[in-house]
Design a protein around this ligand. Structure first.
Ligand code: PTJ
Length: 254
């Protein structure tokens, strides 16, 4: 990897870029993953590269939903594997949930490499290498699912998705949590809960929140969800972008 000095003003963003590029070299991430990372970076820039109030709200609700779930499952693709493999393994442990490798640009070699990496990072249950079911309504490899994992889950976490699986999972009756820096994306708009935040911040925050809330009662968790409105949270995220731009350039520009 390029040696990026810690003093560089864009250190975190450049390291993330390096990790995705390294993911491509190692055969974990698709080349399209570089484009996805660029798109994410752009939205992160607009948000001020910080966890906003709306993202905190969504993260809290997502933690409550995952703790209330009977069968949660966490989806992992090539970008997630490049950026937060250990963090996903830790989240899976805290939630006692399986990780399932699910790829849009699927190759069996890449699925295996990602599954091996997750196991190396300590994940106990990693699915996706032997899918035995399909999500109805999808004509691509993302449809592949595993019984005991995403296929039977009541709550599914889908970080950095690219399209219609979110809607298809919701149609199956599942609650879906997205992590997506783009509040306007189809995934963010169709999800039950959308965390508009960089996955680098969102996954550790979600794990910390789940650990914190796990000592509460089911009633406490249900109360968090009753007060949650995803459309309002997405509108707030767009407003936060506008507020950030106004702070940078003055009101007349927006
Ligand atoms: O590994 P595969 O084959 O499953 O492919 C994975 C990618 C990510 C390449 C594929 O799903 C894809 O093409 O995704 P898109 O359409 O680029 O969408 C990814 C979404 O994630 C976009 O809305 C981005 O803004 C968002 N995103 C990208 N990087 C980050 C992010 N959100 C949070 N944190 C990031 N670091």
């Amino acid at each position: 990897m390029t040696d990026i000095p810690k003093s560089h003003p864009r250190y975190t963003s450049l390291v993330a870029r390096e990790r995705v590029a390294e993911g491509v070299k190692k055969g974990l991430t698709s080349s399209q993953g570089l484009i996805a990372q660029g798109r994410g970076e752009c939205f992160d820039y607009l948000l001020g590269e910080k966890t906003t109030t709306s993202a905190e709200k969504a993260t809290r609700a997502a933690a409550a939903l995952l703790l209330l779930a009977k069968r949660p499952a966490l989806s992992v693709n090539g970008n997630v594997a490049a950026l937060v493999p250990g963090e996903m393994a830790l989240l899976a442990e805290v939630l006692d949930a399986p990780l399932e490798v699910n790829l849009f640009h699927r190759t069996e070699a890449r699925v295996k490499k990602i599954a091996d990496l997750l196991r190396e990072k300590g994940a106990k249950s990693v699915l996706g290498e032997n899918p035995d079911a399909t999500v109805p309504g999808l004509d691509h490899a993302r449809a592949l699912a595993t019984r005991g994992g995403i296929y039977d889950a009541d709550v599914v976490l889908i970080p950095l998705e690219d399209g219609d699986r979110c809607e298809a999972l919701v149609t199956m009756g599942k609650s879906v949590i997205a992590i997506d820096l783009n509040p306007l994306s189809r995934t963010a708009r169709k999800a039950t809960i959308s965390i508009v935040d960089n996955i680098l911040r969102a996954v550790p925050n979600l794990t910390a929140m789940a650990s914190q809330l796990s000592s509460g009662t089911r009633a406490d968790l249900e109360t968090i969800l009753q007060g949650y409105d995803n459309q309002k949270v997405l509108c707030q995220a767009v407003q936060e972008i506008q507020d950030h731009l106004e702070k940078q350039f003055g009101k007349q520009l927006v």
